[in-house]
Design a binder for this molecule. Sequence first.
Ligand SMILES: *[C@@H]1O[C@H](CO)[C@@H](O)[C@H](O)[C@H]1NC(C)=O
Length: 366
Amino acid sequence: MQRYGYSNGQPATAYSAANNGFPFSIKPDNRFQPKGRGFIRRYQQHLKLGGAITAVLTVLFFLFPSLRSFSLLSSNEDFQLETVRYHDLNNVQGTARGWEREERILLCAPLRDAAPHLPMFFSHLRNLTYPHHLIDLAFLVGDSKDNTISLLTELLNDLQKTERPFGEISIMEKDFGQKVNQDVESRHGFAAQASRRKSMAQARNWLLSAALRPTHSWVYWRDVDVETAPFTILEDLMRHNKDVIVPNVWRPLPDWLGGEQPYDLNSWQESETALALADTLDEDAVIVEGYAEYATWRPHLAYLRDPYGDPDMEMEIDGVGGVSILAKAKVFRSGVHFPAFSFEKHAETEGFGKVYHASRLVRDTI
Ligand SMILES: *[C@@H]1O[C@H](CO)[C@@H](O)[C@H](O)[C@H]1NC(C)=O
């Protein structure tokens, strides 16, 4: 009868006597024999070396007590490895008056052929009243054919030479194969919307996942082509202390055209009509607002505005426009993102609103 030493069917005789029964050396010539004498000797030398260093350090401690806090040999509480960072994520929840608690904001700006808008955008940045050192900037440049990157680099250099430099700055480059032209007509043409919104969503997710640090309490998404905005926009939005908040966005027009026009139709409340419409569409369809093809009859944030009313009036929304979004970082950390696919027949920032509501439903039922 053959004896099997191991349940996997390896005959025990495969292990030669020279192995001393060491089970993981399959080859009889024993090339992988562990821990020869040389190894042990070297190990002992290391030990001696370690001992010597300890002795020297100990002597220094007696001479220079202040050195103790830098040492690996100090008491357990102080024990810190240089390559390990500790973060307390309980402290980055985001509050109404973040500037008083030194809450950091990650400002994200996706860019594509954006050179014409960059000087204005940087003027906005300089005018922000939120403490600049608490704002980290992250740009994703994708599918650009103009000089966005070089101009961006130049403007950032100037920006950081000012009296109030910003925090950490990241520029990422990544193409998503977006072919739609960036001019207003093609960008807003109906046929292009679904694929455009899906690749925009990808850009946002790539940007955020690369730039979000454990130190961020807030994430602010800002389009670079915004013309006018209050310098206090970050504090104004933050004061509302919402998980996600967007301002009302209007488009300036010449006086003879009435001065301004509601622009961002992506911030809306859901309607029965739109839900019924969603049910009739293909699985990968994406409903976009402002097109005759998709008549949704949703209440829009943009049409709510009363120029003489209370600027702090709030409206609950289901879809979110992407021009200027302030969100607590914990929203993204908990898994809410910009769907780059059809989620409940929406994608990108409007889908973000939908995912957020879905996540709340889950939370509320727990
Ligand atoms: C920033 O502030 C300066 C000085 O008040 C002003 O001239 C400029 O137009 C502002 N920039 C923007 C983009 O609003």
